[in-house]
Ligand binder design. Structure first.
Ligand code: G3I
Length: 341
């Protein structure tokens, strides 16, 4: 069974893609991506740090290969991300003047967005501009360019690529405080008469603690603003948070003591994971007219960023396919929703 077929009439089903997977050097992904997904987000290869080795230089080789991969496999590309305070090129950390940062900002958006104009389905124009309390994060962009930088980013992207959908992307923006900040951003961009098509809710949640009520409220409130809602980086962490950093980091590898689940998940947690994913996709189906896309942040558990975050050496199991590329109970629970509209 295939996720993209089950939900074909509802919303796109995407996955994060790593560079080895674009090169088809991950055999599990080479099989599963064309079979299960009709959308893909570059996990890292389109971030400014990857595209800009030095001030005057752009390296588009990997991004061009991703576009070709999408064309060949009939997979829509959701470009991630133009403006983000994290993973900025090293040379930008030495920028002092507002003028220099403005030049980097303008040049980056125009050069990157125009190169892929009409070749990507969407842009995460700005990523993670908010603090948990909904205020604007004090990034170099805010500090040097002022609080209109977000409107500027959308304006420049729309001018460079009038074809693709433009999203504001963040995590925890299903939570009321950050949701309020997110709503302010959407309203501010719209009030300026600038194009914004959607909001990305990343969806990095924890098993047994998925905030279903807040997610439903957020879908309703974002949709009421006239923007699409996408779930852009869905995974459900299953490890207990009570890892002591010191204890695990001194081992730096997965072993029984540092990670009780190193040999797999207890059945009870596997079941809870399946229930959480089933209930999430039930909710997505309920709001299928408001939701444009659901993207998993990885093809299989072996790819997940959560295997090393926040403590190195952890083994995590947050996705729908396991390390061997086999469907997990969560996958079957989601697939079983077929026809339950
Ligand atoms: O490519 C280098 C490699 O050459 C080097 O040997 C290796 C060891 O230092 O690092 C590799 O780069 C790593 C990169 O992933 C590719 O694997 C970076 O260190 C590492 O920091 C980076 O982590 C990514 C993280 O963003 C930080 O940007 C994760 O893969 C990626 O899943 C994660 O994704 C973010 C979204 O972009 C935004 N939302 C949150 C989400 C999770 O943090």
């Amino acid at each position: 069974p295939s996720l993209k077929e089950i939900f074909r009439k509802d919303f796109l089903i995407g996955t994060a893609l790593s560079w080895p997977q674009v090169q088809e050097r991950d055999p599990i992904a080479a099989r599963l991506v064309p079979e299960q997904f009709n959308a893909a987000t570059p996990e890292n290869l389109m971030k400014a740090e990857e595209l800009r080795p030095s001030w005057g230089e752009y390296n588009f080789n990997q991004a061009d290969a991703l576009i070709e991969y999408g064309r060949k496999n009939n997979i829509a590309i959701n470009a991630h991300t133009l403006i983000w305070h994290s993973q900025m090129p090293a040379f930008t950390r030495r920028i002092q003047s507002a003028d220099s940062l403005r030049k980097f900002f303008n040049d980056h958006i125009k050069t990157v967005a125009s190169r892929y104009a009409g070749k990507v389905q969407s842009w995460d124009v700005v990523n993670e501009a908010l603090n948990e309390d909904g205020t604007l994060r004090k990034s170099p962009y805010l500090n040097k360019l002022g609080d209109n930088y977000i409107v500027d980013a959308f304006r420049l992207t729309a001018a460079a690529d009038p074809h693709s959908d433009l999203y504001y992307n963040d995590y925890n923006n299903e939570q009321p405080k950050k949701r309020a900040g997110c709503i302010e951003i959407i309203k501010k961009v719209k009030a300026a008469g600038v194009k914004i098509d959607g909001v990305g809710i990343q969806g990095h949640w924890h098993v047994g603690r998925v905030p279903f009520k807040e997610i439903e409220e957020s879908i309703q409130q974002y949709a009421a603003l006239g923007v699409k809602v996408a779930f852009t980086e869905l995974d459900i962490e299953v490890l207990p948070r009570n890892f002591s950093g010191a204890e695990v980091s001194q081992r730096m590898q997965s072993d029984e003591k540092s990670n009780p689940y190193v040999n797999g998940l207890p059945d009870s947690i596997q079941k809870q994971l399946a229930d959480d994913y089933e209930n999430l996709f039930k909710l997505f189906l309920k709001y299928r007219d408001q939701i444009s896309r659901v993207t998993m942040w990885g093809v299989h558990d072996g790819q997940s960023w959560l295997n090393g975050w926040p403590i190195r050496g952890r083994t995590n199991y947050p996705l729908l396919f396991d390390r061997q590329g086999m469907p997990k109970p969560a996958f079957y629970s989601v697939i079983a929703l077929k026809g339950k509209k």
